[in-house]
Write a protein that binds this ligand. Structure first.
Ligand SMILES: [Zn+2]
Length: 205
């Protein structure tokens, strides 16, 4: 379909929006036209919030969760159980586990899972810093809460091999979630239950 835009500026804006996940050109056009109808201050606030987010957002130096401060609110909270660390793929997973209100430990955000197909190797992920955290001591249990995909399993096993000799208990969340489901899509009750009912990880799937 050869869509004619009456303005290059409009075409550019639609082009940018349609780069976002799940946004086709039709939706992009609707969003852009919606923004055009707003007053200048509203659109500036919208644009600035994205630019400021990108420029100023920090990642917790301990767990790599998104944060406004050097150490995130979860790591800095003395009420949390610092002897338990839950390993997740991304920040959305932290939010999903937090929403269950079943977990009082800390997190470690890997930034993805090992996926040779996508060119993601162990060194692209925050695995070494996890090993360092465990080596530094004070952590009794590491809970693996990665998605139940082949990539998730590969990553579980890689972490297991890295941590096995360090004398830390390694557990995996119960597979109440069906295979292939991503953690963030599990409902809160199911996810909460699968954390409570976690099992010892022995290196076999
Ligand atoms: Zn943190």
């Amino acid at each position: 379909m050869n869509q004619q835009y009456p303005s290059i500026l409009l075409e550019k804006a639609v082009g940018e929006f349609s780069k976002l996940p799940g946004i086709g050109r039709k939706t992009a056009m609707r969003l852009v036209l919606h923004l055009l109808r707003q007053d200048t201050a509203t659109v500036e606030a919208f644009g600035n919030s994205i630019i400021t987010l990108k420029r100023e957002v920090k990642y917790c130096k301990v767990c790599h969760n998104i944060s406004d401060t050097e150490t995130c609110q979860i790591c800095a909270n003395p009420q949390r159980d610092a002897s338990t660390v839950c390993v997740v793929e991304n920040i959305r997973d932290v939010m999903a586990v937090e929403a269950t209100q079943q977990y009082r430990g800390l997190y470690h955000v890997l930034g993805g899972v090992i996926s040779p197909m996508d060119g993601v190797g162990p060194s692209d992920l925050q695995i070494e810093s996890l090993v360092r955290r465990v080596t530094e001591g004070g952590i009794k249990e590491v809970i693996l809460a990665l998605s139940t995909t082949m990539e998730g399993d590969t990553t579980n096993f890689y972490i297991y091999r890295k941590l096995d000799k360090l004398g830390v208990k390694l557990s995996v969340i119960a597979r109440g979630i069906s295979v292939g489901d991503e953690l963030e899509y599990a409902d809160e009750v199911t996810l909460g239950r699968s954390i409570v009912n976690r099992t010892l990880f022995t290196g076999t799937v």
